[in-house]
Ligand binder design. Structure first.
Ligand code: DOR
Ligand code: ZN
Length: 447
């Protein structure tokens, strides 16, 4: 694959016309895409810049509903700057920043700070997720309406990292969210069932002497919340769903409960739950500690099938950077979570495309179109046709690379894929007509 660039005139990027030559939208037949003023347009005769995209696949820019950017308060692990760079390098053009920061994003001040930092960095659209409860403590609803009305325009609320365990608080949150046109994203874990839990409850954890994380802690909350959302006529999104039975509960809820009153339920799966299994813990390396935990292969296979058949709507990274001290310790003391932004697309290709479960159209659906729809974004996850935003990623389907945590853009290096071969590479990313990544490198400004 070769890439050439001929810049004929030096005009500001908003005016520039760009021709992306011989690219394969959704992996289909090669064509040229043309960009002017940040929008895909019909062919232009004399572009300012031409890039040769022979052999590259174009997808709408990827959208991540579940990213931990750690700012404010956790800057030793990640910042809006480093996390945005990792996102752009992974092919993302929008991310949703989870509120379990310090201070918690439970007020207009904090969500506005994260939103502004995202705009200053300018590599991806950073949408703050607002907390459901004050301090993520599960006791008192946060100022959801004020966060929705702030310039950040919050439309997704979550206590992620923790579950909204109290059913009455969850019911009220769903009712408020409905009134705000927002969605509640639940980290489904009945905390009463997971006290001290370290790894999936089963033979592997028993052998390793790690306290078990009972999968019914997830499944029972999903069943409860689907019913609460149906009763409230509200929109529920289930974060990082991880078991076969959880997918069955989703199917049941959709088939039997009344969607006419505004009720809907969507769900995401992480790349690591599609690829890795509970046996990864056998090395006692806390890089494999994550919440919810890695599950047995039967679950992994069910999750892949559920993503292929639409039961699971989308892939979300749960990108969870942690400083060395939080991971370089004994298993039970380590914080749960793993990096995801720069490895998500290759892991989806390994688990879903190489296995024949999805084609590239399907990848566009689960990594871009569906998450944009769930979050109510109107300018992301759009078709690659004239008149739509020039927000896209170009992928080399044959460029393998080896994961090295130290070489990733994140400030942290807790990748579970260290040394693993990834089958595809993101080469270029474009956000509204402006390159954020060229030839695998972040373009320009502040990090
Ligand atoms: O593994 C996880 N890490 N799961 C969560 O729910 C939270 C996240 C974090 O913030 O590190
Ligand atoms: Zn979570």
């Amino acid at each position: 694959m070769t890439t050439t660039r001929e810049t004929k005139r030096s005009e500001s990027w908003t005016m520039k016309t760009i021709r992306i030559r011989h690219v394969r939208p959704y992996g289909e037949d090669p064509t040229d895409l043309h960009v002017r003023d940040g929008v895909l347009v019909d062919p232009v005769s004399d572009p300012d810049e031409t890039i040769d995209a022979d052999g590259l696949i174009a997808l709408p820019g990827l959208v991540d509903l579940h990213t931990h950017l750690r700012e404010p308060g956790g800057e030793e692990a990640e910042t809006v700057g480093t996390g945005s760079a990792a996102a752009a390098l992974g092919g993302y053009t929008a991310v949703f920043a989870m509120p379990n920061t310090d201070p918690v994003a439970d007020s207009p001040v904090v969500v506005e700070h994260v939103w502004r930092r995202g705009r200053e960095v300018g590599l991806v659209d950073v949408h703050p997720v607002g907390a459901v409860t004050v301090g993520l403590e599960g006791a008192k609803l946060a100022e959801m309406g004020m966060m929705a009305a702030s310039p950040a325009g919050v439309r997704m609320f979550s206590d992620d990292g923790r579950c909204v365990n109290d059913p009455l608080i969850m019911r009220r949150a769903l009712e408020y969210a409905r009134a705000l046109g927002a969605v509640v994203a639940q980290h489904a874990e009945d905390h009463r069932l997971t006290v001290g839990a370290q790894a999936h409850e089963g033979p592997v954890a028993a052998r390793l002497g790690l306290a078990g994380w009972d999968p019914t802690a997830e499944e029972s909350i999903i069943a409860r919340d689907v019913m609460l959302a149906a009763a409230a006529g509200a929109r529920l999104h289930v974060c990082h769903l991880s078991t076969a039975r959880s997918t069955e509960i989703l199917r049941w809820g959709r088939e039997t409960l009344d969607a006419a009153n505004g009720f809907s339920v969507s769900a995401e799966v992480t790349p690591h739950h599609l690829l890795l299994t509970d046996t990864a813990a056998e090395d006692y390396d806390p890089v494999h500690k994550v919440n919810p935990p890695l599950r047995p292969a039967a679950d992994t296979e069910a999750l892949r099938r559920a993503l292929a058949d639409g039961t699971l709507d989308c892939v979300a990274t749960d990108h969870a950077p942690h400083a060395v001290e939080a991971k370089d310790c004994e298993w039970s003391a380590a914080r749960p979570g793993m990096l995801g932004l720069q490895t998500a697309l290759p892991v989806v290709v390994t688990t879903m495309v190489a296995t024949g479960l999805l084609d590239w159209r399907g990848v566009a659906r689960v990594c871009s179109e569906a998450p944009a729809r769930i979050a109510g974004l109107t300018d992301q996850g759009r078709p690659l046709v004239a008149g739509e935003p020039a927000t896209l990623t170009l992928v080399d389907p044959d460029a393998e690379w080896t994961v090295r945590g130290a070489a990733l853009a994140s400030r942290a290096d807790n990748t579970p894929y260290e040394g693993m071969e990834m089958p595809v590479s993101v080469v270029h990313t474009m956000l509204r007509g402006r390159w954020t990544v060229r030839d695998g490198k972040v373009v320009g400004n502040e990090r």
